[in-house]
Design a protein around this ligand. Structure first.
Ligand SMILES: [Zn+2]
Length: 386
């Protein structure tokens, strides 16, 4: 499995110069020794980057709840949160490297940017500041995972709020649990939104199935929903669980994946896990678009934030991502973010209001992918290393 960060596409538009700089980055990295502040990894930069972006995450130990013989969601949420806190203590923050830090983990992105800047200076080439369609300094993708059938009813409220700011969002449905009528899907599309496939059963097991069992799950679902098939371009795994087997096979059905957090604390993979970047990257032909904004669930149940604290964490992270020309991906769940939870609702409203005044391109994953691949020169275009 080989990755390619979109960072090079953003700072070096010309593919010939980009390929030259990428080769120079490799040489600089090999000559420079271990990357300061980052975990150890392979000697070549592309191999090292692949290890940081996906290798570490997909080799996380399988979480206990993913091995339970019953649906983990039957365990009440407060009990799960206590379980997560115990896991956190077991790992002990001092006994593992402080990587990735939460809520900001800039070390890999800073290190990569430093290598590119050094290579460009030596070659007498100037890099461009990352920018997106119409010159926006960063991008935002709003997503909503619909984990239960009851959550479908919450979509209208959240879309009403977003529509007030003229913002599109993307909605993920679980095939075996919350797959809606085709009218719901078409209504979202005509509203400028997008839909994606969110896991299959959301039982924590998909990532750990054999490739043939996972393949038959996807094929069965897509055969059953012929009408939705052309509209479904992307995927997000339940609980963001991912293995190399699942990640490597997703491009058989999808163009993008939304499963990897840049940094997550107290999730199924313990005190800290994530790909450590705010730039989307290719995994083969699949565009991985990291989840870079803390999820509502964690801010409420793990960090115990009140409304003002939620908004503050979101605003700081948004500014951090946009200021380096990355993509801020937000995931809110109607079960947590709804008008009955006034504090959370106000925080989300505040986030949307901040986004519209932030010079960000607010878009959907497919439009972002199309634009980014256009910058690269297409999927079959020149790779960053020749
Ligand atoms: Zn979910």
């Amino acid at each position: 499995m080989r990755t390619e960060s979109s960072y090079g596409w953003l700072v070096a538009a010309d593919p010939v110069r980009r390929a030259r700089l990428a080769a120079d980055v490799e040489r600089l990295f090999e000559a420079g020794g271990p990357a300061p502040g980052l975990p150890a990894g392979p000697r070549g930069f592309l191999d090292f980057e692949t290890e940081m972006l996906v290798g570490r995450y997909v080799s996380s130990p399988r979480p206990l709840f993913a091995r339970l013989p019953f649906d983990y969601r039957l365990v009440p949420s407060p009990v799960r949160v206590v379980g997560l806190a115990m896991l956190d203590r077991l790992h002990g923050a001092g006994t593992v490297a402080d990587y990735p830090a939460w809520p900001l983990e800039p070390r890999l992105d800073d290190f990569r940017a430093g290598l590119w800047a050094e290579a460009a200076a030596r070659a007498g080439i100037s890099l461009t500041v990352p920018s997106y369609r119409e010159g926006h300094r960063g991008a935002v993708v709003l997503t909503h995972d619909i984990d239960s059938r009851a959550d479908i009813g919450g979509i209208a409220g959240i879309r009403g709020l977003e529509r007030g700011y003229e913002l599109p969002s993307s909605v993920g449905f679980v095939p075996e649990i919350s797959w809606p009528d085709q009218e719901v899907i078409e209504g979202l599309i005509s509203d400028g939104c997008e839909v994606y496939c969110h896991d299959i059963r959301h039982d924590g097991k998909l990532a750990y199935k054999s490739s043939s069992a996972a393949r038959s799950d996807f094929d069965r679902f897509l055969d059953k929903h012929e009408a939705a098939r052309p509209l479904l371009r992307g995927f997000r795994s339940g609980q963001l669980l991912m293995t190399s087997g699942l990640l490597g096979s997703l491009e058989n059905w999808f163009e993008y994946d939304l499963s990897l957090p840049d940094t997550e604390r107290g999730g199924p993979y313990g005190p800290r896990a994530g790909c450590g970047t705010v730039y989307p990257f290719l995994v083969g032909g699949l565009l991985e678009i990291p989840l870079t904004m803390p999820q509502d669930f964690y801010l409420i149940n793990v960090e115990h934030c009140d409304s003002a604290q939620m908004l503050s964490v979101w605003r700081d992270k948004l500014e951090s991502v946009l200021s380096r020309g990355g993509v801020a991906v937000v995931n809110t769940h109607p079960v947590w973010t709804n008008p009955k939870r006034a504090g959370v609702w106000a925080a989300y409203d505040g986030l949307l209001s901040t986004i519209v005044s932030s010079d960000a391109w607010v878009t959907t994953p497919s439009r972002l992918r199309e634009w980014l691949l256009g910058r690269r020169g297409g999927l079959d275009g020149p790779a960053s290393q020749t």
